[in-house]
Ligand binder design. Structure first.
Ligand SMILES: Cc1ncc(COP(=O)(O)O)c(C=O)c1O
Ligand code: FES
Length: 469
């Protein structure tokens, strides 16, 4: 299938013809290595520099603040790693429950290395509470990392305000702006953001290229260690054609930023029409602070998988949840974090538009979707909401651990001036950050860890493991 109504632009986008035109000579004629001393390579280095300036211009950054990467995932991982490596004495990270797996799974990995991570929740509209951000920040917080706009709902977080709070506590602030760059105007010269990730394939450049903004003056230890490329901040011969393409795509995105009303009008028309024509239909996420190209609609009481496969038969590409989690029947972690009922979780579909989307395409979708939904509702069992359940065994166990740490362990440590700075319970793993334990002897953390573990094993569950830093 080569021709379809493509409404899955948050998964990836069509490469712009002008972008292909710009990158092509760097696949064919100008194949020199930008690091070479000869002029054949030198002209390629100049082209890479021009692309860097194009990316910087879209972000309101300086060209020296742009590091080219291989994708959004690398940018996210590299930014988080750099922030932690640069502040070895701090062990706490704040993020949200609705991040892309590039941040979420990396944070889970870091927890296993001994970091403590606070995962902030969102409300039923997908919004973040700034008070919760403030409450989570401590002097031990190395980094706050969160997305600019959500890939599933398009909901935009108040990143500038979060950045200001992070500064107050001396924490660095990284923003995963993979879905926002090219859809929201940005000006890093006036921003509270320290590190920001973008990815080429979300803004009409090819897959496999991205960029990371790192504010001037920030200590940025390399994540990919090798050659001196990217001023020693990312080793490896550059993906030159990809970089040239990204530069052009950013230039085009900048000129399109004034025309976002195209996507907005078509998106609003699609959304209003489907909500009017189909009963039991709701929009997921606030419609106030939201990307212009995205709508996430719940067709209640039906299975999203069924809707997608019917849409597919009509040549309409959309998505249920994010591309990385679809294919599994698990409901989206983003919609789950919003606490939505089962009937909404199951039947939610994301339509994401682009500057190429046409009125005719949207008309066709509006014509087809009501029939698909009424057909599915007539032939499949209705998905009901679960009745609220009593606390699970997991929750009961976590509550008991919390009680023992608060009421027994903390007062015990306090006798010697110590404390538990932070702790986190995940299944059978209990992570604690001990305060005042490291001053005297090299064994005190280890001894305290064993004492806490013995108590928890004895009182709660012999399978428990304690990690202490
Ligand atoms: C919010 C967000 N962050 C990160 C990524 C990962 O980007 P990439 O596919 O370039 O690794 C994506 C891609 O879906 C995304 O939507
Ligand atoms: S120095 Fe770390 S435990 Fe004593």
């Amino acid at each position: 299938m080569t021709d379809c109504i493509y409404l899955d632009n948050n998964a990836t986008t069509k490469i712009d013809e002008e972008v292909i035109g710009a990158m092509m000579p760097y696949l064919t004629i100008y194949y020199g290595n930008p690091s070479s001393m000869h002029s054949f390579g030198g002209q390629v280095a100049k082209a890479v520099q021009k692309a860097r300036e194009q990316v910087a211009a879209l972000l309101g950054a300086e060209h020296s603040e742009i590091i080219f990467t291989s994708c959004g995932t690398e940018g996210d991982n590299a930014a988080i790693c750099a922030a932690l490596t640069a502040q070895p004495d701090k062990h706490h990270i704040i993020t949200t429950e609705v991040e892309h797996s590039a941040v979420l799974n990396f944070c889970k990995h870091l927890e296993k290395q001994g970091y403590s991570v606070t995962y902030l929740g969102v409300d039923s509209q997908g919004r973040l509470d700034l008070g919760e951000v403030q409450a989570a920040l401590t002097g031990n917080t190395a980094l706050v990392t969160m997305m600019y706009a959500n890939n599933e709902t398009g909901v935009i977080f108040p990143v500038e305000e979060v950045g200001k709070l992070a500064k107050e506590y001396g924490a660095l602030f990284h923003v995963d702006a993979v879905q926002a760059v090219g859809k929201v105007p940005m000006d890093m010269s006036k921003s509270s953001i320290d590190l920001l990730t973008l990815s080429g394939h979300k803004l009409h450049a090819p897959k496999g290229v991205g960029a990371l903004y790192a504010r001037k003056g920030i200590n940025f230890p390399a994540f990919m260690i090798g050659g001196h490329q990217e001023r020693g901040r990312r080793g490896g011969t550059e993906n030159v054609p990809g970089i040239i393409a990204l530069g052009k795509a950013c230039e085009l995105a900048q000129s399109h930023l004034e025309n976002l009303s195209h996507e907005r009008q078509l998106r609003d028309y699609l959304e209003t029409s489907l909500l009017t024509l189909i009963s039991d239909t709701v929009v997921n996420g606030t419609t106030e602070e939201r990307l212009a190209n995205t709508t996430n609609i719940a067709f209640k009481y039906v299975e999203g998988e069924g809707i997608l496969s019917s849409l597919n038969q009509y040549g309409i590409c959309a998505s249920a949840g994010s591309a990385c989690t679809s294919g599994s029947m698990e409901p989206s972690h983003v919609l789950k974090a919003m606490g939505l009922p089962n009937s909404v979780l199951q039947g939610s579909i994301r339509f994401s538009l682009s500057r190429y989307t046409t009125q005719e395409e949207i008309n066709r979708v509006i014509e087809i979707v009501p029939d698909i939904i009424s057909h599915l509702r007539s032939i499949t069992p209705r998905i009901e909401d679960e009745t609220t359940s009593s606390p699970t065994k997991e929750q009961e166990k976590a509550n008991l651990i919390q009680q023992i740490l608060e009421e027994e362990v903390k007062p015990f440590l306090a006798q010697d001036g110590g404390d538990i700075d932070l702790y986190d319970i995940e299944g059978d793993l209990v992570k604690v950050v001990l305060k005042g334990a490291c001053d005297a002897c090299p064994s005190s953390t280890a001894t305290l860890k064993l004492a806490i573990e013995a108590r928890l094993k004895d009182r709660v569950d012999p399978e428990l493991t304690v990690i202490a830093v």
